[in-house]
Design a protein around this ligand. Structure first.
Ligand SMILES: C[S@@+](CC[C@H](N)C(=O)[O-])C[C@H]1O[C@@H](n2cnc3c(N)ncnc32)[C@H](O)[C@@H]1O
Length: 279
């Protein structure tokens, strides 16, 4: 059964990604930036061949789709799907190839009349409230022996870029993460990720763990950029704090960045898991 909280959550996700996709594309969706160094590694693990039919699930603005295109030749075909129409518009505009198509689909509810050789999913599995359903859907859509590759962020403070701010903000705003939201850390460790993929019936599961580095600059740049790229509803919650609370919050976050700061510049480690599995 689909719960009303997961429907609400999905609506919020669509709104959020429609709002932040242009900023996301500009700032993050670049294979040389911090965690996005995963893009080429993920595509390499997919062992793509010329002529392959590939699905890039939750393709966003097309960071992975573009890399896939470079590997499947003119006879291959890639389809990027996502729930954000703004993200898809950006992907369509920046990737103009006859053998790339983009379409709006929810990861938990898509169907194509041809099976894929490979399905990729970078930095999105944790966003699906019913990830089990999405994984069953993926399995059904892959040919026998086809490959699934997934990239996820590490959990908790293995990605201090997120956790420094989230952990501090939640002390001041307990309902900062709206109820009904899935636990975004649930696939951020090898055991949790492997269990979910094995349970969905995949075999030959391999997980590589990476530690990338990302420098957001000085503390004030880190904080102001983070707030600038935050979706409106979350920003509004922070804006409602009184000046004293805001100052305390800032101090709490700053304290957490000290171990990563040298000569006033922050450099964060960023754990990433990349999984490959066979149908
Ligand atoms: C962090 S972005 C990753 C985009 C892309 N894979 C990349 O590596 O740049 C997460 C994407 O997941 C999409 N998304 C979230 N929930 C989804 C769902 N249920 N079905 C399909 N896409 C979804 C969002 O719209 C967003 O574009």
């Amino acid at each position: 059964m689909v719960s009303s909280s997961s429907i609400e959550y999905k609506k919020r996700m669509i709104k959020t990604w429609n709002e932040i996709a242009p900023r996301y594309h500009k700032r993050w969706a670049n294979k040389s930036i911090g965690p996005f160094q995963s893009t080429q590694k993920l595509v390499k693990m997919a062992k793509l061949r010329s002529g392959y039919f590939v699905l890039d699930l939750a393709c966003g603005t097309g960071a992975v789709t573009r890399e896939i295109l470079g590997k499947i030749g003119k006879t291959g075909h890639v389809i990027g799907v996502d729930t954000s129409k703004t993200a898809l518009q950006i992907a369509r505009k920046s990737i103009k190839a006859e053998n790339a198509d983009f379409a709006i689909f929810d990861a938990e509810n898509f169907e194509f009349n041809q099976k894929f050789d490979v399905i990729t999913c970078q930095y999105a599995l944790f966003f699906f409230p019913n990830a089990t359903k999405a994984l069953h859907n993926i399995k059904k859509s892959l040919r026998k022996g086809g490959t699934l590759v997934i990239a996820t962020h590490g959990a908790g403070n293995t990605v201090p870029y997120f956790s420094n701010i989230l952990d501090s903000v939640q002390k001041f705003i307990p309902d900062y993460i709206p109820s009904g939201a899935p636990d975004l850390d649930r696939f951020g460790n090898k055991a949790g990720l492997k269990k979910a993929i094995a349970k969905a019936g995949f075999s030959q599961i391999m997980i590589q763990e990476y530690k990338f580095w990302y420098s957001p600059g000085t503390f004030s740049k880190y904080l102001s950029d983070y707030l600038k790229y935050l979706a409106k509803p979350l920003k509004e919650k922070i804006d409602k704090l009184n000046p004293k609370q805001k100052a305390e919050l800032k101090q709490a976050i700053k304290q957490k960045t000290i171990p990563y700061t040298k000569n006033n510049v922050i450099k964060f480690p960023w754990k990433v898991l990349i999984l490959s599995a066979k149908n």
